[in-house]
Design a protein around this ligand. Structure first.
Ligand code: PEP
Ligand code: MN
Length: 344
């Protein structure tokens, strides 16, 4: 904790700050400069708000020195976390795992075809939503339990893992037998009761960055999972809301290296929701690999023009196959490789 007093702040105001810090258990290191007095508080606790100090008379600014997230902090696991799902390892090493598939599971034929295409192009994980967080209540909401069964069967037919979104803890029991990775959507990143439930689950969670979340918000949400004892957490950049309207969201690629610096958790990039436009998915996927993403989450549909959700941002199968070839080259250029698929 660092408190900078205003120029000429009377001693009694400085003393009031010292007294408050001491009452919280801090040891004070005082430095008196030509203009400002600076109080460094070294203490055992961080459950305080620097603003409480900033609002005290005579205080110019107050800053927290220790980060508010402990378990998600890089220092907790300096070598980086590896999330190992039946031998598919995300993070730690030099392999980038690609997860792909349609936004939603729509029918048996659709997900079976998608799984075959995803596997043929060399991805390792099949995505597909069975519970969909749609902006409109009139839009397709997903096939729920039936969708999960179809998704699992399609993935198993091609040796793929399954990722699917859990929107509510009431869906957990239904989902657990079918999925390998539980996705928490952007709209649920700060659903703290859901995060607490998922902290108690022993299954990997992919946590998407909220539409208006800072990276610190994202890491604090990850902290809910970790503090519950679930250490298999993947962080996902999927674009944020800004004033820019040319893309559905603004994909913050700098989040990838920043998160890797701040945290030991593997970082996943989602260029589909990040841009919202099919023509921008490949460029941003290539950039995601170049910038160091440890996994990618990409929407691909056997026939995007007929998709029930997110068609405009879903790649055609042929585009996805070509993109995978490009990603292999880019990965090589940055000392990584795309985790080889079972069928490609
Ligand atoms: C999705 O992956 O289809 C999805 C709904 O993602 P997000 O939560 O990032 O919008
Ligand atoms: Mn989608």
């Amino acid at each position: 904790m660092l408190v900078v007093m205003q120029e000429g702040a009377p001693e009694q105001q400085t003393q009031a700050v010292i007294d408050r810090l001491v009452s919280l258990g801090f040891t004070i290191h005082r430095s008196t400069g030509v203009r400002h007095t600076i109080l460094g508080g070294v203490g055992p606790r961080d459950d305080f708000d620097p603003l409480d100090f900033e609002l005290m008379p005579g205080v110019k600014e107050a800053h927290r020195i220790v980060s508010p997230y402990k378990l998600a902090n890089r220092t907790f696991q300096p070598e980086g976390t590896v999330v190992d799902i039946n031998g598919v390892r995300i993070g730690g090493g030099d392999e980038i795992v690609v997860m792909a598939g349609p936004c939603s599971v729509e029918s048996e034929a659709q997900i079976m075809t998608a799984a075959a295409q995803v596997a043929a192009s060399g991805a390792r994980v099949l995505r597909g939503g069975a519970f969909k967080p749609r902006s409109s209540p009139y839009a397709f909401q997903g096939l729920a339990g039936e969708g999960l069964k179809l998704l699992r069967a399609a993935a198993d037919a091609h040796g793929l893992l399954v990722i699917s979104e859990v929107m509510d803890s009431s869906q957990l029991d239904l989902m657990l037998p079918y999925v390998d990775i539980l996705q928490v959507g952007a709209r649920n990143m700060q659903n703290f009761s859901l995060l607490k439930e998922l902290g108690a689950v022993r299954k990997p969670v992919l946590l998407k960055r909220g539409l208006a979340a800072t990276l610190e918000d994202l890491l604090l949400s990850a902290e809910y999972l970790l503090s519950g004892g679930n250490y298999q957490v993947l962080l996902c950049e999927r674009g944020i809301r800004t004033f820019e309207t040319a893309t559905r969201n603004t994909m913050d690629l700098s989040a990838v290296p920043v998160l890797q610096k701040l945290s030991h958790l593997p970082v996943v990039a989602d260029p589909s929701h990040g841009t919202g436009r099919r023509d921008l998915v490949a460029p941003m996927a290539r950039a995601s690999v170049a910038v160091g993403a440890q996994a990618l989450l990409i929407e691909m549909h056997p026939d995007p023009t007929a998709a029930l959700s997110d068609g405009p941002q879903s790649l055609f199968p042929q585009q996805f196959a070509e993109l995978m070839d490009q990603l292999r080259l880019i990965a090589q250029a940055v000392g990584m490789r795309i985790a080889p698929g079972r069928e490609a």
